[in-house]
Design a protein around this ligand. Structure first.
Ligand code: SF4
Length: 348
């Protein structure tokens, strides 16, 4: 919900200004799904709101739940008919939401189902922050306990190619008057749009930044992530060093281990060399993720191959974690979000 619409509505209808606070509480604290549930408001006002304002900017098409993990995935239909997906997951004790920032994605990474569906359009800040509000309502309705604690921009799209709306959405998500998730609990994952790092450090110095690296060899990386031709590893490094200098924050290096493709000894050596060449290399933390079969020739990578990779990297003095991939049985894991449109195409 774009709360500015509520402020305008209250003014236009000549309602007392305290109604703004009541509506805010009903939407963000009570997590109402429709205006009938806003029982602190008079019936006449509820009827008016129902007629004029939607709480969410999209409709729910389907919600799937994983049989293996605490993961839910929703397919949402935007007002213009485009589809996006968003994921709710509980990797530890708290709920995290994975949001999409674009319908589709223009970057076409080789291992990613979203990339294969092409680019439809950028999402508005309202459509982005509403994904968090949507799961906030879901948790409340299903009595799943706890609120959403973390938000990751790892869904459909490249967040730094929709910079203005993403920054606006993060301000709403982190505003204590609205959803109120601290910026240190919000992460942006980028394929390496390095010319935005400096601005990001100024605009949102508290958030977490994750770089999808997946290969530390420029030629090989560009085959996986074509935008690597525009922003090569040297450019990414220069801009990341500046980002780290300005924020003092740890940066996460995401590396999907694709067995036989990017986990050979030469890959490990190059990755170790690249990370150790940073001035503040101790502020880089590698997250290894086992490949999920989404598209193309990639096959699932076994735990043993990922562990071997992690051990070898640790031997070069690098901070490494193995991230558990969740929700692959409902195509909700990294690189698997594609939306209904792509699913339909695949069926043809
Ligand atoms: S991995 Fe991210 S940046 Fe690459 S195509 Fe998929 S959504 Fe786009």
């Amino acid at each position: 919900m774009d709360f500015e619409k509520i402020k305008k509505f209250v003014k236009e209808k000549n309602l007392p200004s305290y109604r703004i606070g009541q509506i805010r509480k009903a939407v963000y604290e009570s997590a109402i799904e429709n205006w009938d549930e806003a029982t602190t408001l008079p019936a006449s006002l509820r009827a008016l709101l129902k007629k004029e304002i939607n709480i969410l900017s999209f409709k729910t098409e389907v919600i799937q739940s994983s049989k293996r993990d605490a993961v839910f995935k929703a397919l949402l239909k935007l007002a213009d008919g485009n589809f996006i997906e968003t994921v709710l997951m509980k990797p530890a004790k708290t709920w995290s939401v994975c949001v999409s920032s674009q319908a589709g994605c223009p970057l076409g990474c080789a291992f990613c189902a979203t990339g294969k569906m092409g680019f439809k359009r950028n999402l508005t800040s309202e459509e982005i922050s509403d994904q968090v509000l949507f799961w906030h309502q879901f948790i409340s309705k299903k009595k799943l306990g706890e609120r959403v604690s973390n938000v990751v921009f790892m869904g459909m799209g490249e967040p730094l190619l929709n910079y203005v709306e993403v920054v606006k959405a993060i301000k709403t998500i982190s505003d204590p008057d609205f959803i109120g998730i601290g910026q240190r609990h919000i992460s942006i994952s980028t394929a390496g749009i390095a010319d935005k790092f400096f601005k990001l450090a100024h605009d949102l110095p508290q958030i977490n930044l994750a770089l999808s690296l997946h290969n530390a060899d420029d030629n090989e990386r560009s085959r996986l992530i074509p935008v690597g031709k525009k922003f090569n590893l040297e450019t990414i490094k220069e801009n990341l060093e500046e980002y780290i200098k300005l924020t003092g924050r740890e940066v996460f290096i995401e590396y999907t281990v694709i067995d036989g493709l990017n986990n050979l000894p030469a890959h490990i050596r190059k990755l170790g060399k690249w990370i150790n060449s940073f001035k503040d290399h101790y502020l880089l933390h590698v997250n290894l993720i086992a490949c999920n079969p989404a598209v193309g020739k990639a096959t699932a990578t076994g735990d043993a191959a990922v562990k071997k990779f992690a051990d070898a990297l640790r031997g070069t003095n690098i901070n490494v974690s193995i991230r558990k991939s969740m929700g692959s049985d409902i195509s909700a894991a990294c690189g698997q979000l594609a939306g209904k449109i792509y699913s339909n195409r695949r069926k043809k």
